[in-house]
Design a protein. Structure first.
Length: 274
C-alpha cells in the first residue's frame, strides 16, 4: 500500500515526543539532561505540527482537484480558499443513497463518489453549504418526526440510528439533508467537527453566538499534537489517515461504493431532502 509508505515515517515521528516524555519523567529534575530533553520535546513537537499542517494542506488540495461541478453556480470561493479538510467520509441519506461529504473550514460539500476517466472523483450534489449558515440537529435513535419522510423510509420495527440533520436557508435557497453515519462514533465525529467549525467562524468574525447543538467540541489545530500522542499511547500503530482531517469512512470506498451515475442529468435530480 503506497499510503503506508508515505504515512509511516510521519506516524513514527509522532511517537518521539512520547518517548522523550517518558525519558524525561524518569529523569531527575536536577539531572543535566533534563533541560535538554525538554528542549528536544519542543523541537520535535514543532516539527510534527509543521508536518501535520503541510499534510493537511496537501490532502485538501488533492480532494479539491477531484471535485466535479455540474455547473458554474456550484463553484464557491470558500472551497477554493480552503486549506484543510476538517472531516470527510461516506454518509447515507434517509433513502439509502450514498454520499461522500466534505467539511472544509468554512463550507460543507455533499458529493457522490464516481469513476471519471478511470479516476475516483467526487461529483458535487446541489449547492455547497456555508458553515456559518448551516443548522445542525442531532436526531435521536428511533426518533420519528411528524410530517417528515423518515417515517416512510423505515418499517415500524426498524429503529432509526446514527442520523443527524443539516439544513440551510438563505433567501430563496434552502436545503435539508438527513444523513446517517455508519456508527455512533462516526456520528459524534461529524457533530463535533461541524460544531467546532461553526465556533471557529464565530470567533474569527468576533460574534458572540450559541451553537446549534450543545456539547463538546474537538480540539483545535493547536491541540492536535497532544491528540495524536494520546492515540499513539493507545494504539501500537498510527491512524491510517492524516491527523489534519478525519476520514469517517476509514478509506472504505471500495468499487461497490463508487456508484457511477447513469447520466449527469440523473444526478441533478437525485433528492435527499427530508
Amino acid at each position: 500500500d503506497l499510503w503506508n509508505f508515505l504515512d509511516i515515517p510521519r506516524s513514527r515521528l509522532v511517537k518521539y515526543p512520547l518517548l522523550l516524555r517518558e525519558i524525561s519523567r524518569h529523569t531527575p529534575n536536577d539531572h543535566p539532561d533534563h533541560q535538554h530533553l525538554e528542549e528536544a520535546m519542543n523541537i520535535v513537537q514543532g516539527i510534527v505540527a509543521e508536518i501535520n499542517k503541510k499534510t493537511g494542506e496537501s490532502e485538501c488540495q488533492y480532494y479539491k482537484e477531484r471535485l466535479i461541478y455540474l455547473d458554474d453556480t456550484q463553484r464557491d470561493s470558500l472551497i477554493d480558499e480552503s486549506r484543510v479538510v476538517c472531516c470527510h467520509g461516506e454518509l447515507k441519506n434517509n433513502r439509502g443513497a450514498k454520499f461522500h461529504v466534505f467539511l472544509f473550514q468554512e463550507v460543507l460539500v455533499i458529493t457522490r463518489a464516481i469513476l471519471h476517466n478511470e479516476q475516483l472523483c467526487y461529483q458535487i450534489y446541489r449547492q455547497p453549504i456555508p458553515v456559518k449558515d448551516l443548522m445542525l440537529e442531532d436526531l435521536q435513535d428511533g426518533e420519528v418526526r411528524l410530517g417528515g419522510s423518515i417515517r416512510g423510509a423505515f418499517s415500524n420495527n426498524e429503529r432509526i440510528k446514527n442520523f443527524f440533520r443539516i439544513s440551510f436557508k438563505n433567501g430563496s435557497q434552502s436545503q435539508s439533508h438527513s444523513l446517517q453515519a455508519n456508527d455512533t462514533f462516526n456520528k459524534q465525529l461529524w457533530l463535533n467537527s461541524i460544531r467546532q467549525a461553526k465556533e471557529l467562524i464565530l470567533r474569527a468574525s468576533g460574534e458572540n453566538g450559541v451553537l446549534d447543538l450543545e456539547g463538546p467540541v474537538i480540539a483545535s489545530s493547536r491541540n492536535r499534537i497532544s491528540q495524536q500522542e494520546s492515540k499513539s499511547e493507545q494504539m501500537d500503530q498510527s491512524d491510517s489517515g492524516s491527523n489534519c482531517s478525519m476520514d469517517t469512512s476509514e478509506i472504505s470506498l471500495e468499487c461497490d461504493h463508487m456508484e457511477e451515475t447513469d447520466s449527469w442529468e440523473n444526478d441533478r435530480e437525485l433528492e435527499s431532502n427530508v
